[in-house]
Write a protein that binds this ligand. Structure first.
Ligand code: CTP
Length: 400
């Protein structure tokens, strides 16, 4: 199973490029999400449209596309993958990789990445046997690149010999071997995660919100899913993409969020990352409020349900592990330790959300993990890395 694994599939220019389409399909059948990058050579054989239609995602082709760079630059493409798979890997691509050349989108991703890379070479037998290719292959192996050996047989050029792209199912098996079965530490566990802000309506067109982007919560849902958990993500209004393999329930208000969380129970794990509004407007308008000569409106607030506290205090069916987040702007560890006790949860992930830190709505997070035994401070990391480490911690605690 490849549930939740994110594979960036780089398709090089070779007759075998068409096999990459079947490869993408087989990987997705096993639960992976696949995002395609097509080199200029690859586009001579298959089209970005066929890759995009099959993967259900955009197919990336240009290094200097303003649109792609704004939405999904080469750094993000590599960052948001668990494995970069190149099939077919041409002699040219291998040579660029071995020599650190970055002159198109694929080679730039490959130079910029710190993620594992696997290549499935395909080329003419003479090219495969050439000392230059052999040297490059040696270099790549030395750089830690995983290689799916090409097969022997009839090549597109009419010659017979080594250099034929490995069979699709052999490439799938190599990917499965790479991920192994033993990293599914949360297989069989159910998790519910809340994320994003809530919107509390004032009238049909106005609402009270906060600056949460939902990114950290979505990353937590994705990380738990990558470890094999069956994850329901209850999301307030935000634009993040649903992580592969995760069931998403969209809500607006805190009260809707509470209902959706309760509907997702029973669960073994609950992680409340959402920045839930503490109050809702009790005397909002059923119709749009109009300006009036009598002055500005006054609102009365009602308290929202505390979802985390509710889950932590469940007498029946309490998740085995309830994790909260604490957004603080001062005395972070002190306030968060007090919050853990007050809410009755097992762990609190505390962060400093003062605007100077850029954490709320930003890409990075710097957290302190508060448990019954004290606080553990983690270095500043990307929100995805925080989520992965937290998911591993959760798995470790549940294992006992
Ligand atoms: N939380 C929740 N429901 C609420 C408010 C908060 O589930 N109505 C959860 C959040 O998802 C988070 C934790 O409680 O996991 C702490 O949220 P935070 O906003 O830091 O705390 P508050 O309870 O709102 O306390 P305060 O605003 O006083 O700091």
């Amino acid at each position: 199973m490849l549930k939740g694994k994110r594979i960036l599939l780089i398709i090089g220019g070779g007759v075998a490029a068409y096999k990459a389409l079947d490869l993408a399909r087989r990987l997705m059948e096993r639960g992976a999400s696949v995002r395609g990058v097509l080199t200029a050579g690859g586009q001579e054989f298959i089209t970005p449209l066929s890759v995009a239609s099959l993967t259900g995602d955009e197919c990336y082709t240009d290094l200097f596309s303003l649109k792609d760079e704004a939405e999904m630059g080469h750094i993000r493409l590599s960052r948001e993958a668990d494995l970069i798979l190149i099939a077919p890997a041409t002699a040219d691509l291998m040579s660029k990789m071995a020599n650190g050349i970055a002159n198109d989108l694929a080679s730039t991703i490959l130079l910029a990445t710190d993620k594992p890379v696997m290549i499935a070479p395909a080329m003419n037998a003479q090219m495969w046997d050439h000392p230059a290719t052999k040297r490059n292959l040696e270099t790549l192996r030395g750089d830690g690149i995983h290689v799916v050996q090409p097969g022997d047989g009839m090549l597109a050029c009419g010659e017979v010999g080594p250099g034929r792209l490995a069979e699709v199912m052999d490439m799938v098996a190599a990917v499965e071997d790479f991920f192994g079965g033993d990293n599914l530490l949360l297989s069989g566990k159910r998790a519910v995660v809340t994320a994003g802000p809530t919107h509390e309506p004032i009238d049909p067109v106005r609402y009270i919100a906060n600056r949460s982007s939902g990114r950290q919560g979505f990353e937590v849902a994705a990380a738990l899913s990558r470890l094999g958990a069956d994850v329901t993500l209850v999301a307030g209004p935000c634009v993040q993409e649903t992580p592969a393999g995760v069931t998403r329930v969209d809500v607006e208000t805190a009260r809707e969020m509470e209902a959706a969380v309760n509907a997702a129970l029973p669960a073994d794990i609950a992680v409340c990352v959402a920045a839930v509004a503490d109050w809702h407007v009790k005397n909002g308008g059923a119709q749009k409020l109009k300006k009036s000569k009598d002055g500005t409106p006054s609102f009365e607030f009602g308290e929202n349900p505390d979802i985390l506290k509710g889950l932590s205090g469940l007498k029946k069916g309490r998740p085995a592990l309830v994790v909260g987040f604490a957004a603080e702007t001062e005395n972070v560890i002190g306030h968060a330790t007090e919050k853990r006790a007050r809410k009755g949860c097992d762990l609190i992930v505390a962060n400093d959300v003062s605007s100077a830190t850029g954490i709320m709505g930003g890409e990075y997070n710097e957290i302190h993990l508060i448990s019954a035994v004290g606080a553990e401070s983690w270095p500043k990391m990307e929100k995805g890395a925080v989520a992965d480490r937290l998911a591993l911690k959760i798995a470790e605690i549940l294992k006992g």
